[in-house]
Write a protein that binds this ligand. Structure first.
Ligand SMILES: Nc1ncnc2c1ncn2[C@@H]1O[C@H](COP(=O)(O)OP(=O)(O)OP(=O)(O)O)[C@@H](O)[C@H]1O
Ligand SMILES: [Mg+2]
Length: 293
């Protein structure tokens, strides 16, 4: 039975081998992978194309069966349909009925989750608001932009009020402003205590939202840990000064020079990121009358 210390996700020695039809060949998509996600954490799975991220997620969700090893959600084996009761999933290429409107789509998934009409109405209103699609609720998905589709996909994943949300590349094909919205939504889920496991190629975004990161390569987990531990450069220190005069900088440099073993590696203005610059420009542009798609 699950209790508060039961991990949200536990994957042990997972291997998935695909046999190609009419051929002798096999593809080892996941190779002895183990990982654990604690309840309330945001876990980022990163790795190149074809490294096994989606396959791992599909096994976790019980959509495909493992060749060896096992996966469980809040202590229930992924093969057990009960394990899916508390999970929301955004697949990497979500397929939606393009003739349904945004709110009809959520009603459809709400019905699948067994919600009552009243619950569906309340939940849809809340989720549409949360993903910023209230204004587009009566438009058909056929006319939604890629970013809007990803957001309705995210709302769909949340309809059943899940404790775990699995997002396979939630920001694929979405522009930086849209990805930022999705990033904020992930942070909102975390704030609500929902566990999130996501895969992404946008490393900067993973860095911004994830507590723990796993790097997967050729189906194996090659590195895993708390994000802050993984990316800290332990033998370097950083000082950021505001309004320092050239004289002060010179004095600091001289002090460092006089210190045995210490070395000043860099001194200059920190750079903003291209993403921040882009978003700033877009904001300026939209003040002058842009459209939020
Ligand atoms: N149904 C399948 N049949 C055969 N091979 C498959 C199947 N699904 C995945 N594979 C293979 O398994 C490997 C891992 O694929 P997977 O989709 O898990 O990678 P991924 O890390 O999600 O990649 P991407 O970043 O491109 O989404 C790939 O070599 C892929 O071709
Ligand atoms: Mg994938």
């Amino acid at each position: 039975m699950a209790n508060s210390s039961t991990p949200a996700v536990q994957i042990e020695g997972l291997t998935k081998v695909f046999r190609l039809p009419f051929k002798q060949e096999k593809v080892v998509a996941v190779d002895g992978l183990s990982l654990q996600v604690d309840a309330g954490e945001v876990y980022g799975l990163i790795g190149p194309n074809g490294s096994g991220k989606s396959t791992t997620m599909k096994v976790l969700l019980g959509l495909i069966s493992p060749s060896a090893g096992k996966a469980s959600i809040f202590g229930l084996d992924s093969g057990d349909t009960a394990s899916r009761g508390s999970v929301g999933f955004l697949p990497e290429n979500p397929y939606f009925y393009k003739y349904l409107t945004g709110s009809e789509t959520l009603a459809f998934y709400g019905k699948l989750c067994g919600l009552s009409r009243k619950q569906i109405r309340e939940r849809s209103d809340e989720l549409l608001e949360m993903v910023d699609l209230t204004g587009a609720r009566d438009r058909r998905l056929g006319g939604y932009s890629k970013g809007m589709l990803q957001r309705i996909g995210l709302a769909q994943a949340l309809v059943g009020d899940p404790r775990l949300v699995v997002l396979d590349e939630p920001t694929a094909g979405v522009d930086p402003a849209g990805s930022r919205k999705i990033r904020d939504l992930v942070l909102e889920l975390k704030r609500r205590g929902i566990t999130v496991i996501l895969s992404s190629h946008l490393l900067e975004q993973v860095q911004e939202v994830c507590d723990e990161v796993g790097i997967i390569f050729n189906g194996r987990l090659v590195r895993e840990g708390k994000l802050n531990d993984l990316i800290a450069i332990e033998d370097q220190s950083e000082i950021v000064l505001q309004n320092a005069t050239p004289q002060l900088l010179e004095r600091i440099a001289e002090m460092v020079e006089g210190e045995e073993g210490a070395q000043l590696l860099r001194c200059g203005n920190p750079r903003t990121t291209l993403e921040r610059l882009f978003l700033q420009e877009i904001k300026e542009g939209s003040k002058q009358g842009g459209e939020d798609a």
